[in-house]
Design a protein around this ligand. Structure first.
Ligand code: NDP
Length: 328
């Protein structure tokens, strides 16, 4: 039997954590042959609820679940971790200034980056889900100088999946017919879902859609504001689909993307497509051998250029703000 992979989940007692842990333990994150050992990292007030979730995980008798530890100390949380899903974050509350939000999250992601640097396994792979995800990932990465920055990523897979689903609905295609869709930039309202390189059943998606007004006034804002629409409808945030996207992201990172296809993930920029080097921004990506790679050589038209630049400008602002606060 293979050695279990250590998966650390922060914010484990939260909504997303509740939707995520059972899928990790059942083998959907790493595959049906890989046992997992879960480490649940919570703040002290979250430990009791995490213990309740752990009782339920026990009660599933998952064949692949090799053990569960619950901790409230980041050093213990990331010791030996192979995969880290950073879900817990400080949510923005009414009246909160952006600087306060970034400071509060700096207080979470700085010590987590340090703990990952100090104790995580050599093959550590980090996915940040907690918002502002791109900048939280940047903070964690900058406090883990011994870990390659390519191991710190942020989630735009939910945006990608939302875009797939909206495009399928509009065109009557199956989601499996759609390829090479891209989310660019920040996981925020400025993100740019780009269909100009996508194909539907082998035909250019923009040609199948043939409706620029829908693209600008419907598709892009629907994808970008989907989270708010779900809160409005459900009275609670989109936890299950966020957990699903986290599973997709890590699954593809570890097991590879389908040949010829690509997905979207926020990874450290190497300067591709004019995105300043070092920013954690969403790109079209493939994964082979456990490494993300940015899809190269795409032609970016003027419309797309403007949208990408606007989202990247927001990432630059966030980076400068956390720099100004001494968080990176
Ligand atoms: P959720 O589990 O619903 O959300 C967790 C984070 O994921 C939030 O930052 C949220 O951002 C973000 N997120 C990203 N994408 C989505 C999406 N599509 N839908 C919803 N959220 C998304 O939060 P809960 O409040 O239920 O749980 C958070 C838990 O984290 C608590 O148990 C708390 O104790 C814990 N925590 C742990 C920390 C630690 O381990 N050190 C630190 C801080 C908190 P947004 O707010 O923008 O929706």
């Amino acid at each position: 039997r293979p050695t279990p992979v250590n998966v650390t989940v922060t914010g484990a007692a939260g909504q997303i954590g509740y939707a995520l842990l059972f899928r990790v333990a059942s083998g959907q994150l790493l595959g049906p042959d890989t046992p997992v050992r879960l480490r649940l990292l919570e703040i002290p007030q979250g430990v009791k609820a995490a213990e309740g979730t752990a009782m339920e995980l026990d009660d599933c008798a998952f064949p692949l679940l090799a053990g569960i530890d619950i901790v409230d100390d980041p050093r213990a949380g990331f010791e030996g971790a192979n995969v880290a899903l950073l879900v817990g974050a400080r949510p923005r509350t009414a009246g909160m200034e952006r600087g306060d939000l970034l400071s509060a999250n700096g207080g979470i992601f700085k010590p987590q980056g340090e703990a990952i640097n100090a104790g995580a396994a050599d093959d550590i792979r980090v996915l940040v889900v907690g918002n502002p995800a791109n900048t939280n990932a940047l903070i964690a990465a900058s406090h883990a100088p011994d870990v390659p920055s390519s191991r710190f990523t942020a989630m735009t897979r939910l945006d990608h999946n939302r875009a797939l689903s909206q495009l399928a609905k509009k065109t009557g295609a199956a989601v499996t017919d759609i390829e090479q869709l891209t989310i660019w930039g920040n996981h925020s309202a400025t993100q740019y879902p780009d269909i100009f390189h996508a194909s539907i059943g082998g035909r250019p998606a923009a040609e199948v859609v043939n409706d620029q007004a829908w693209l600008e006034n419907d598709f892009i804002p629907t994808v970008a504001k989907r989270g708010a629409a779900i809160i409005e409808a459900r009275g609670a945030s989109s936890a299950a689909s966020a957990a699903n996207a986290a599973i997709d992201h890590v699954h593809d990172w570890v097991n590879g993307t389908t040949p010829g296809g690509w997905t979207s993930a926020a990874i450290v920029s190497d300067g591709s497509y004019g995105v300043p080097e070092g920013l954690i921004s969403s790109f079209p990506v493939t994964s082979t051998g456990g490494e993300w790679e940015i899809v190269q050589g795409l032609e970016i038209d003027e419309f797309s250029r403007g949208r990408i630049d606007a989202s990247v400008a927001e990432l630059v602002e966030e980076r400068d703000a956390v720099k100004g606060l001494g968080l990176i």
